[in-house]
Design a protein around this ligand. Structure first.
Ligand code: ATP
Ligand code: SKM
Ligand code: MG
Length: 171
């Protein structure tokens, strides 16, 4: 069974859509951010605070290397997973990579209520998101087997769109 790996920026809907897609496929759902928290025994803001972003990226790379060994899971990755080449290779080689695309305007709306994203705890999250998008969008595209725009589609419609594409991929 093939793994499905969801990539994309903060607020693209990887966790939300991943959970729904996994139900549809009857695959186990894993969320790399949650797995890192469980393994560390601390939440992501704590890890960034105490170990810095580099400490978090080390934990993330180790977790991705482990998770890609699974067979037949839906995995929601963290927004910055593509920054490391080892992660890009691990994902591209071990599953179908789906890029959930979204605009910075939508990201701002979807992330505004939540304080769990340390990179956005700044006076100017819009500039941060634009800068991250400029650097990461080419990397998401580099490894994506499928790209789905989520701006005009609610989570259920995104899942149906992925399911239709998966049927094509698997037939
Ligand atoms: N297609 C969509 N349309 C409207 N709202 C959405 C859509 N997808 C997700 N959302 C909402 O956006 C918010 C962020 O979604 P989610 O946490 O799934 O993003 P994420 O990609 O996992 O982000 P992160 O990389 O920070 O973990 C949630 O409140 C979710 O309900
Ligand atoms: O875009 C990012 O770099 C991040 C996204 C989140 O999923 C978490 O992995 C963390 O907050 C960092
Ligand atoms: Mg998430």
């Amino acid at each position: 069974m093939r793994n499905v790996f969801l990539i994309g920026p903060m607020g693209a809907g990887k966790s939300t859509i991943g959970r729904l897609l996994a139900k549809e496929l009857r695959y186990p759902f894993k969320d790399s951010d949650r797995e890192i928290e469980a393994r560390t025994g601390a939440d992501i803001p704590w890890i960034f605070d105490v170990e810095g972003e580099t400490g978090f990226r080390e934990r993330e790379e180790a977790m991705i290397a482990e998770l890609v060994q699974e067979q037949g899971i839906v995995l929601a990755t963290g927004g910055g997973v593509v920054m490391r080449e080892a992660n890009r290779r691990a994902l591209a080689d071990n599953g179908l990579v789906v890029y959930l695309r979204t605009s910075v305007d939508q990201q701002l709306q979807r992330t505004s209520k939540d304080r769990q994203r340390p990179l956005l705890q700044t006076a100017d999250p819009e500039t941060v998101l634009r800068d991250l998008m400029a650097r990461r969008d080419p990397l998401y595209r580099e490894i994506a087997h499928l790209t789905i725009d989520t701006d005009q589609r609610g989570p259920r419609v995104v899942v149906n769109t992925i399911m239709a594409q998966l049927d094509k991929e698997l037939s």
